[in-house]
Design a protein around this ligand. Structure first.
Ligand code: PEP
Length: 273
């Protein structure tokens, strides 16, 4: 079955399709809410994951948290499969003389089932190109991880009317041709919306997700029909319901608001039942 609950490793029945809009929502079934803790999180913050575990219950969506790599193994013990854990980046190689790097196999070994690749902060601060991002997505699959491949335009690109072209180019370069709905999700994250409290209008998010879907189908063929397209960029409890109800929004990638279980649970609760 396409995309039904597989991100959390536990296929679960779909509770109903009432109120679900969008051509692909019916195919996707379950949305994914993923948290990106970025370079935040010490041992004491495992308490937030415990709280999340206590509250996630029968969530209507799949739930994934990507803490720093240093916490993944302990988080795996702490959450006991209540939701999935992932990495925020990986190296393309399995092992070797790459000081400071973490391979996809290491993430898997620590308990991860997914990894974010091509986050705009890595593209910006670590010079990651589309080709590097594509090689990391392949590394994720090699290790048995699902890849969340991030794309998104800068503010100048949006103001210059280039957002569609930029995102289409990033998809073409960052998403390997053998990506499927089972091994990959796309995260549309406008760079100017990350950590700023600003979001595109609902119409703009819906239009971009439709554009991404069309571009993916052009790039990958029918394999792209059920692929989740997450929205990311200043998702919070107050705007989650509106964003998650938009056509072809397959879930959310959440930064700041994923750090506190209370906020993240409110976003999870906003997923379509
Ligand atoms: C992110 O880092 O992927 C992100 C979306 O951050 P925030 O939710 O804080 O904007």
């Amino acid at each position: 079955m396409i995309g039904a609950g597989h991100w959390c490793g536990k296929p679960r029945p779909i509770k109903g399709l009432a109120g679900i809009s969008g051509l692909f929502r019916g195919l996707l079934m379950r949305q994914l809410v993923a948290g990106n803790w970025k370079m935040n999180g010490l041992s004491a913050d495992l308490a937030e994951l415990e709280a999340l575990k206590g509250g996630v219950g029968e969530a209507a969506c799949d739930v994934l948290v990507c803490p720093p790599a240093t916490l993944i193994a302990r988080a795996t013990w702490a959450v006991k499969g209540a939701f999935a854990l992932g990495g925020q980046d990986c190296h393309a190689e399995i092992s070797g003389a790459f000081t400071g790097e973490v391979s996809a196999e290491m993430l898997k070994d620590a308990g991860a089932s997914a990894v974010i690749v091509g986050h705009s902060e890595r593209r910006q601060y670590s010079g990651e190109t589309d080709a590097i991002v594509a090689s990391k997505a392949k590394a994720a699959w090699r290790a048995g991880l699902k890849a969340i491949i991030c794309i998104g335009e800068t503010e100048a690109q949006r103001q210059g009317g280039e957002a569609n072209m930029v995102c289409q180019g990033q998809l073409a370069g960052s998403v390997p041709a053998d990506a499927t709905a089972d091994n990959t999700a796309i995260a549309y994250e406008p760079v100017w919306a990350i950590g700023t409290g600003r979001t595109p209008t609902s119409d703009d998010i819906a239009a971009m997700h439709l554009h991404i879907r069309r571009s993916l189908v052009e790039h990958l063929g029918p394999a792209a029909m059920g692929m989740l397209i997450l929205y990311g960029g200043s998702v919070k409890p107050s705007n989650a319901a509106e964003i998650l109800a938009l056509p072809d929004v397959g879930g959310a990638l959440v930064g700041g608001a994923s750090l506190k279980a209370k906020d993240f649970l409110a976003i999870i609760a906003a997923c379509a039942k």
